[in-house]
Write a protein that binds this ligand. Structure first.
Ligand code: SF4
Length: 406
């Protein structure tokens, strides 16, 4: 919609966008909270806990980027990106003070455009957006922490889901490369506690729920619960969000304990797709990273999920094991994927391996003398795997855990 004086804006059921100037766009959820802000070639995204990440991708002309657009901290300060590669995307979390100033800047921009608005847009800006002072937005961090344990990771297609933490942590928590849930012991919420959690999540999101289209059952492997404990949880999630498909992570070693009938019962309660951290199809490498299961177990498990009518998302890590495992890891993983009946709705996520400092994997790599692959080598490998998987008609996508935000 266009308002008086050519102000560009869109007033949608799930969000409000305004563009106070060329190349400036602010988006708000239906509670009026800032969702994203684009200005000065930078994109800012606010998480539900009011952390703000800024991202920018430099624009290059034939002679590289202008000196004013170069980041002196880049490895390649000439401003010229090697042929065939995209200019680097620079990401950074704002400090609390910087976030405050950004929220104030956006608020000022809204106040400035208000006289140029009318009708529903004006009503929303006045009643929904302008009540969020920078202080109120920053205080969302405390509200978030009262409802959720930190949300460590989600699959890339689920960044706009409604997370419900039926469990906290991971039942295993011992894979050497993974630090996602090391801050918490595994814990299951009772059905009453889970129902209260759902009510708290709904109250916290408010009309912000309108921009969310699915439910994600967290944390690490909530579906590992025995069926008698899981069914009431699924029923409560379904009753609270009857129109939304449900997604969740699961690992082979816990998922394989359920029968096709068990999985079918979960599908009937709204479970739509499960995401499996397969990591590799090479058993030797799986043992090295201390992840239970095997490639044969994975194949059996996926067959069972498909027989139950579920979609699967498989996550493999590119670069784990370093140069020494590069070929064997690729050959075994691609071969394992080829044995799976993947089709429409299924997806293979290829995740560039990021070694966490101080992790068990870092110590293991050193003691085994494994040499890490460079970022460029990992990206080239990722492209090679993706082409191979897509050539079989299966969807493959990049999964960069550094881009996760909720
Ligand atoms: S990779 Fe998965 S199973 Fe392993 S510790 Fe992390 S969350 Fe748990």
């Amino acid at each position: 919609m266009s308002s008086p004086n050519e102000l560009l804006a869109s007033v949608k059921p799930a969000f409000t966008n305004i563009s106070p100037a060329r190349d400036v766009v602010a988006s708000f959820d239906r509670e009026g909270r800032l969702f994203s802000y684009v200005a000065g070639g930078r994109t800012y995204r606010r998480t539900l806990a009011s952390d703000v990440e800024v991202r920018e991708r430099a624009v290059e002309g034939p002679f590289g980027r202008k000196p004013s657009e170069r980041n002196p901290a880049e490895r390649n300060p000439s401003g010229r990106t090697p042929p065939g590669r995209k200019p680097p995307r620079v990401r950074r979390r704002l400090s609390r003070d910087e976030a405050y100033r950004l929220f104030a800047e956006v608020l000022q921009a809204v106040e400035d455009v208000l006289p140029r608005t009318d009708g529903e847009l004006r009503r929303r800006l006045e009643e929904e957006v302008l009540r969020w002072t920078p202080e109120a937005l920053l205080a969302e961090a405390e509200r978030f922490a009262a409802v959720y344990k930190p949300i460590s990771i989600l699959p890339p297609d689920q960044y706009l889901t409604v997370v419900l933490q039926a469990t906290e942590g991971c039942t295993w928590n011992k894979c050497t490369f993974c630090t996602f849930y090391q801050d918490r012991p595994f814990r299951v919420k009772s059905p009453d506690e889970f129902r209260r959690h759902i009510a708290d999540v709904k109250a916290f999101l408010g009309r912000g729920l309108l921009m969310r289209k699915s439910v994600f059952l967290g944390d690490g492997n909530a579906l590992a619960l025995a069926q008698r404990r899981l069914l009431p949880i699924m029923e409560a999630a379904r009753a609270a969000f009857p129109a939304m498909p449900i997604y969740s992570f699961i690992d082979v070693y816990t998922g394989e304990r359920k029968s096709v009938a068990d999985w079918r019962a979960l599908a009937e309660l709204g479970l739509h797709r499960v995401y499996i951290g397969m990591e590799t199809g090479l058993d030797e490498l799986l043992a090295l990273i201390n992840k239970p299961g095997s490639r044969d177990e994975l194949v059996d498990f996926v067959l069972r999920l498909k027989a139950a009518g579920l979609q699967v998302g498989l996550i493999a890590m590119i670069g784990i094991g370093g140069h020494q495992y590069r070929e064997a890891h690729a050959a075994a993983t691609l071969e394992t994927l080829a044995r799976l009946p993947l089709g429409e709705g299924d997806i293979v996520y290829l995740s560039p391996f990021i070694e966490q400092p101080g992790s068990g994997y870092a110590a293991l790599r050193q003691s085994r003398g494994l040499t890490p692959m460079s970022e460029d080598e990992i990206e080239a490998e990722l492209d090679r795997w993706a082409r191979h998987i897509r050539s079989r008609g299966v969807k493959a996508a990049r999964y960069d855990i550094r881009e996760f935000m909720y």
